[in-house]
Write a protein that binds this ligand. Structure first.
Ligand SMILES: Cc1cc2nc3c(=O)[nH]c(=O)nc-3n(C[C@H](O)[C@H](O)[C@H](O)COP(=O)(O)O)c2cc1C
Length: 330
């Protein structure tokens, strides 16, 4: 009984201190902590019995795509007609044809990747389509929950009704970390994604349909996070500034076009593979995906190498979930 009382006291004191801390932050950065959009839209669902689903994602190295494909497979299992796609290949004007949408992004620089934000401006009027968001992040993660909220809010602004969101942790793909000798930080999460991650993704797919069926609206509820205000300082811009040499080694290059394809900033010319540093958004898409290590990049004096090369050197292989293995290996 005594122990119980002490526990309660501790929790109360801790939550009190946390509340004070949150209030101070709220005072300093009011914009970032306002819970966004409660009661803003009419919460009328297009349908509570979805028949057509859309799963879309932006994924540079496969983590977000894998989760998206699991959700799509799960929805198919539940009898839905599902279209799954990366955002670049999606005809945004077709979005209104679906009854439920799941949108996935990785966290880049504490935020939705800038190229995705730009693409999301093309979301048409969704007229009550149920919307869920899923987010993948690296390591302990920075601002992952709020990034999921931001995705939901963007869709809500276009008439979508938020039903659910979830974050999924795995290895970070931020190449400068291991290239600067901090491999250990990344390797702590080399067991992820694992079977539990995949089961969580399946359950998430089910939950989205369950909440939609019940007409349950998700209250977009931001976390008080130190990393939210950090977005003001535009970490991508600073990273781009710290990238020194950034060019294609023409002796190694096999002209496969992967770097051009994977550069959402359009910074790599598709004929001579010259890199326009002014257009680079420091997303690491080129370095992470070049199959022959032909991208030469220096970050604060360190030679950077990509995610798949890092996995190869560390002998890490991601065990693919069976329902999507074939698609992920293509
Ligand atoms: C340029 C860049 C910036 C990143 N910034 C963050 C970040 O701010 N917070 C975080 O938790 N993870 C960050 N990460 C890690 C990715 O979010 C994570 O590895 C994600 O799962 C990658 O997904 P993808 O393989 O679908 O692209 C970053 C990765 C890159 C390449």
């Amino acid at each position: 009984m005594e122990i119980f009382r002490v526990e309660v006291l501790m929790v109360t004191r801790r939550s009190f201190i946390l509340k004070i801390f949150k209030s101070v932050l709220l005072f300093i950065f009011p914009y970032f902590f306002i819970t966004s959009s409660r009661g803003e839209n009419l919460k009328i669902f297009k349908t509570q019995k979805p028949a057509k689903g859309l799963v879309l994602w932006y994924s540079q190295t496969g983590h977000t795509e894998r989760i998206g494909r699991i959700i799509a497979a799960q929805w198919r299992k539940q009898g839905l007609n599902v279209h799954e796609t990366d955002i670049e290949s999606l005809d945004f004007s077709s979005m209104g044809n679906y009854d439920v949408i799941a949108a996935g992004v990785p966290v880049f620089y504490f935020d939705i990747p800038v190229n995705v934000k730009n693409r999301f401006q093309m979301i048409p009027d969704l007229e009550g389509i149920a919307v869920a968001s899923f987010v993948t992040y690296g390591g302990t993660g920075h601002n992952q929950h709020n990034t999921g909220c931001d995705v939901l809010e963007l869709f809500q602004k276009h008439g979508g009704v938020p039903v659910c969101m979830k974050t999924f942790g795995n290895m970070s793909t931020f190449a400068p970390t291991w290239s600067a000798g901090n491999s250990e930080r990344i390797l702590r999460y080399s067991h992820l994604p694992d079977k539990k991650t995949y089961q969580d993704a399946r359950d998430f797919g089910d939950t989205v349909l369950h909440f939609t069926g019940k007409g349950k609206v998700w209250e977009i509820d931001r976390e008080c996070s130190f990393w939210s205000p950090m977005r003001m300082f535009n970490a991508a811009w600073w990273t781009a500034l710290l990238i020194g040499r950034h060019e294609v080694n023409h002796q190694k290059c096999i002209s496969c076009g992967t770097c051009t394809e994977r550069c959402p900033g359009g910074a790599i010319n598709s004929t001579d593979f010259k890199i326009d540093k002014k257009k680079c958004i420091a997303c690491m898409g080129c370095i992470n995906n070049c199959p022959v290590q032909a991208i030469e990049m220096e970050y604060m004096g360190n030679r950077v190498y990509g995610f798949f090369e890092f996995m190869k050197r560390e002998k890490i292989a991601i065990g693919e979930p069976e329902e999507v293995a074939e698609k992920m290996n293509n």
